[in-house]
Design a protein around this ligand. Sequence first.
Ligand SMILES: [Zn+2]
Length: 140
Amino acid sequence: MVLAQRLGRRLCPKCKKPYDAPKDVRHVMERYSLEVETFYRPVGCKKFRNTGYSGRIAMHELLVIDDHMREIIATNPTLGVLREAARQSGMITLRYDGLRKVKEGITTVEEVLRSSNEGWAPPKKDEGAKGKGGEAETNS
Ligand SMILES: [Zn+2]
């Protein structure tokens, strides 16, 4: 069952460059127990308006409703309880799904954090309705 979807930008495969990721970037991946061999950063080439990104990737939030979840839901739980149960049932959060794509070299940690919109970057007040990732930034 897909709970949510966000779009993030895909690294341009032509000009992305391996780089030594800063500590905080590595730290994010470690927190999610994802080992990354090579981090990539956007560079920007003639194609795709020099952003270093080309096209979009989708991140999904996935939840399997198993018997355990059903029992919990039946108790009319608080959101916190529900989230914890979901985690135990193997829920895949938007962020985790996105970070798996960082591991594959498809996008960047910065992009995932920005698109998945929790922590790190300053929280946005109007989260929800709009699924667009911001477009303007080119510096990093
Ligand atoms: Zn490029």
